[in-house]
Design a protein around this ligand. Structure first.
Ligand code: SF4
Length: 211
């Protein structure tokens, strides 16, 4: 149990990020799905550098499903793990064509039927494009809510998601899903968190917090 309210967390976050937005560039749902998959183990900035070329060459799921794997790997090379990523997005595009009539589905259940699309990716799609409440738990959110604010003490993203969905009002899920990712990325960073400028300082029980 924590001794602060969800309102205090939301208000503190709003001072940092009044209108948080995903930092990946995309023009449609298909593009968002692909860039979210590509963003694993790399930075959004790097994905944004590669994605214009990728979508120029493969503007639709059908084009990507038919891509020559070596050409695709070449485009993805700057991202690291490019062989695996090329395979993943090609499989995902293929599944979109064959199972979903080329449309990105709008539920966690259907999104997670796509190959290698987990709850984090599915929730990211829902909150950023469909405006459907969901909780995104990535590595930043895990650190902030389990090790720093201690809203959850559990160890897996699924269990932490359960705790967050109980702690935060459903009306705030979309907001906190976007804001906590940015908060972890820019304020409550893994190394040297910026406690001196943190609006959640007074409720944070992290032992090593510093002014
Ligand atoms: S006070 Fe420091 S450790 Fe605590 S939430 Fe803020 S940035 Fe993170």
């Amino acid at each position: 149990m924590v001794n602060f309210s969800e309102k205090e967390v939301v208000e503190g976050l709003k001072k940092h990020f009044p209108e948080p937005r995903i930092e990946l560039d995309y023009k449609n749902l298909y593009q968002l799905l692909i860039v979210v998959i590509l963003s694993a183990q790399t930075t959004d900035k790097r994905v944004n550098q590669v994605s214009p070329k990728l979508f120029e060459k493969y503007p639709s799921p059908r084009d990507l499903a038919k891509a020559d794997i070596h050409e695709l790997e070449n485009i993805l090379k700057p991202l690291g793990f490019y062989r695996r990523k090329a395979l993943l997005i090609k499989e995902c595009a293929n599944s979109l064509v064959e199972r979903f009539d080329r449309k990105v589905p709008d539920s966690i259940k259907e999104l997670t039927m796509l190959p290698r699309v987990g709850r984090k990716t599915a929730s990211t799609i829902l909150v950023n494009t469909f405006n459907i409440p969901a909780i995104v738990v990535d590595t930043h959110v895990m650190r902030v809510v389990t090790k720093r604010l201690k809203i959850s003490q559990r160890r897996t993203p699924e269990k932490v998601e359960e705790d967050l969905s109980r702690f935060f009002l459903k009306d705030n899920w979309i907001y906190i899903s976007k804001a906590l990712v940015l908060f972890g990325r820019y304020i409550c960073t893994a190394y040297n968190p910026k406690c001196g400028e943190c609006n959640l300082y007074y409720i944070c029980s992290y032992k090593k917090k510093a002014r």
